[in-house]
Design a protein around this ligand. Structure first.
Ligand SMILES: [Zn+2]
Length: 303
């Protein structure tokens, strides 16, 4: 079976898998992002993960590929922002070891595949529209609330790139004007208040151990940012994934929707709603696969 190699680079974990043309994720693997070390240590960890997924490592019983050989035809990479899409370089806020790192070239050299890269949350937006919670919706935002907070916007069925490919950074919408300093240089950004990193810094405990009060607070702040986005963009759906949001679950989403409905009051935005990712933990990789398949189809290398 033909599949695209899908890679997701995050501040906490590196993930890779194979995504079929129907959007099915096979051979899903993940490792911790090396917390220290230079750019090459980090890339070596990613390269080992890639080798494992594309079959240079032993198959596992959990792979579920019906015994068929999985043949990589292209590669899609989702990575935390910001990035320079033209140059194929990344400088993720949550990965200080990579500044201007030529990720597209390095992955292409390592795999021999054509590599399509985009912001991880833009990739998730494509994946959610393909087989997830935004299927059939032409105007929505998809968000990742995990180590950081990212977003990808789809308007009129098209992903919004912006001037440099970085549109959708809802993690840097201001939700507390006098709030915490953000890694971006600003203050009170959603990411500085409600990301896993921010919650851990505020409470002294991992986000997974957050109190109900913290869960509600994080949901409220996400709802506040989404409310501004809905008013600004005329969108009626926000799909939220990421380990923090999905781990918090129903109380988080209830608080987010309460705040959204309090803040988005225009005739076109009052119907907006926030729902959990339809793809769950598979979302970032399915999204990276969507990047690759979309490129392969457009390039005419697929029927
Ligand atoms: Zn910021």
């Amino acid at each position: 079976v033909d599949a695209c190699l899908a890679i997701d680079v995050g501040g906490t974990k590196l993930a890779a898998g194979m995504v079929t043309e129907a959007g099915v994720l096979l051979r899903d693997r993940r490792v911790q992002t090396p917390a220290s070390g230079d750019a090459e240590v980090l890339f070596a960890a990613l390269a080992a993960l890639i080798d494992d997924v594309i079959g240079r490592g032993p198959p596992r019983s959990s792979d579920g590929a019906h015994g068929d050989e999985v043949i990589p035809v292209a590669c899609g990479v989702g990575c935390g922002g910001p990035m320079d899409l033209g140059a194929g370089t990344v400088s993720p806020l949550n990965i200080p070891a990579w500044r201007g790192f030529p990720l597209v070239t390095r992955v292409a050299e390592h795999t021999g595949l054509t590599v399509t890269m985009d912001n991880d949350a833009k990739a998730l937006a494509l994946g959610e529209g393909w087989t997830g919670a935004a299927r059939g919706c032409a105007d929505y935002i998809a968000m990742v609330v995990s180590t950081g907070v990212g977003g990808g916007i789809v308007l009129g069925g098209q992903i919004v790139d912006g001037a440099s490919g970085n549109a959708g950074h809802i993690g840097h919408v201001i939700v507390e004007p006098d709030g915490r300093r953000c890694a971006c240089g600003g203050r009170g950004c959603l990411e500085a208040e409600a990301s896993g990193t921010a919650i851990a810094a505020r409470t002294g405990r991992p986000a997974a151990e957050a109190s109900q009060e913290e869960v509600v607070r994080a949901g409220t702040l996400v709802g506040r940012a989404v409310g501004s986005a809905c008013n600004l963009l005329d969108i009626e759906l926000a799909v939220v994934g990421g380990s923090v949001a999905l781990g918090f679950g129903a109380p988080f989403f209830a608080a987010a929707n309460d705040e959204l409905h309090a803040r988005a009051r225009l005739s076109f935005s009052a119907r907006a709603r926030i729902v959990p990712s339809g793809l769950g933990p598979a979302g970032p990789l399915v999204g990276a696969g969507a990047l690759a398949w979309r490129h392969a189809t457009r390039a005419g290398t697929r029927p």
